[in-house]
Design a protein around this ligand. Structure first.
Ligand SMILES: Cc1ncc(COP(=O)(O)OP(=O)(O)O)c(N)n1
Ligand code: TZP
Ligand code: MG
Length: 344
């Protein structure tokens, strides 16, 4: 076989492995994200076993680094990356291009290996989505973030007064969660919240209803395990809005990361006065998430000033609460105190 083909395969394989290592090092050492590290590692192993099918000896002998006309041709930006996102994007692109080159050249010698390389390339597209979403969302919801679920209240005036206090306390997210109001009233209450939160640091999320989130231009929607999927919610809301997902075990949490959710709700942690449950994944689940996932995770269910320290001790520094804020005589004070307890 033509030595130039082996030379190309060797160069493309090296490029793919190097790009993959940069990405793995970033999520491992830079992010401490065990789950993303294991996803990238599993792709690396898949790639290694495909590449082992090629004749490594032939590749090595075909290598001619000093004779490579490309080593001295440097793009303007090759030595400089503006930020982490640029660095990650550049390395995902390097990986994808190398895999495409490997795939096309492998077609000349081994159809099965070419098909495996195509599958590996598809995996990189999903991984890119998972890594980039995690990085963006982690900067959006800092440690200490407090997320408050409120209903539509008895009247617009009451809702307005409550929302004003929450915004004043720099609540990170207000979720409108109301299962009883008719749609038109719900839209009107959501619109009110949109007007109040616009231009503030408080995001507005609508529970269950991407349609209403879209109508009022909310910042996003929260969906449960039996509701629309992340992809379906995005079809309604568009790519730039936030989609959060409820998770009750580690597999669901991992799946939410794979699906490209912007954050997860994790719980129920403790018995809740707002919603009843017969199963509590509790603090053990929080610890599992803290151990391996860096996508923002909000512990939910029965969290109050008296037990929030247990949440923080489990390694989770973001909470979603309802009763402890809504029933407080001073909701602002509760939000501020929660934030202090969660800050690291
Ligand atoms: C932040 C957050 N986490 C979890 C939930 C619960 O959502 P879901 O399981 O769909 O239950 P309902 O809230 O719809 O009864 C949430 N709303 N927000
Ligand atoms: C909607 C929901 N999902 C899990 S717990 C919960 C209610 C959270 O409210 P509270 O903080 O009052 O327990
Ligand atoms: Mg729901």
């Amino acid at each position: 076989m033509d030595i130039s083909l082996w030379r190309t395969l060797d160069a493309a394989a090296n490029r793919a492995s190097e790009g993959l290592r940069v990405l793995e090092d970033f999520v491992r050492y830079g992010q401490n994200d065990k789950f993303l590290t294991s996803e990238l590692k599993s792709l690396r192993h898949q790639l290694d076993s495909t590449l082992q099918q090629f004749d490594r000896r032939a590749s090595i002998h075909a290598r001619d680094t000093f004779g490579d006309v490309g080593t001295t041709v440097q793009g303007k930006l090759e030595q400089a990356r503006g930020n982490w996102a640029d660095l990650l994007t550049a390395n995902f692109k390097r990986l994808q291009q190398a895999l495409r080159s490997l795939e096309e050249h492998a077609k000349l010698i081994d159809g099965e290996a070419a098909a495996a390389l195509e599958q590996a390339r598809y995996r990189t597209y999903s991984l890119e989505k998972m890594v980039m979403t995690t990085i963006t969302a982690s900067t959006m919801f800092a440690a200490g973030a407090v997320y408050v679920l409120i209903d539509g209240c008895e009247s617009e005036a009451k809702l307005k007064a409550l929302a004003a206090k929450l915004i004043e306390a720099e609540t990170d997210v207000i979720q409108l969660r109301d299962k009883t109001l008719d749609d038109r009233t719900l839209v009107a209450r959501a619109q009110l919240l949109r007007q109040q939160t616009a231009g503030t640091s408080t995001k507005l999320i609508i529970n269950d209803r991407p349609d209403i989130a879209r109508i009022v231009s909310a910042d996003g929607v929260h969906v449960g395990q039996e509701e629309l999927t992340v992809a379906q919610a995005r079809m309604v809301l568009g790519p730039s809005k936030l989609v959060g997902v409820s998770t009750h075990n580690i597999d669901q949490a991992r799946q939410a990361v794979r699906d490209g959710a912007d954050y997860i709700g994790i719980g129920p942690t403790f018995p809740s006065g707002t919603k009843s449950f017969d199963h509590f994944p509790g603090l053990d689940f929080l610890r599992e998430v803290a151990d391996e996932i860096t996508l923002p995770a909000f512990a939910i269910g029965g969290i109050e000033l008296t037990n929030v320290s247990q949440v923080a001790a489990a390694g989770i520094h973001r909470v979603a609460v309802s009763g402890c804020v809504n029933q407080a005589s001073d909701p602002q004070q509760v939000v501020v105190t929660l934030k202090k307890q969660l800050a690291i």
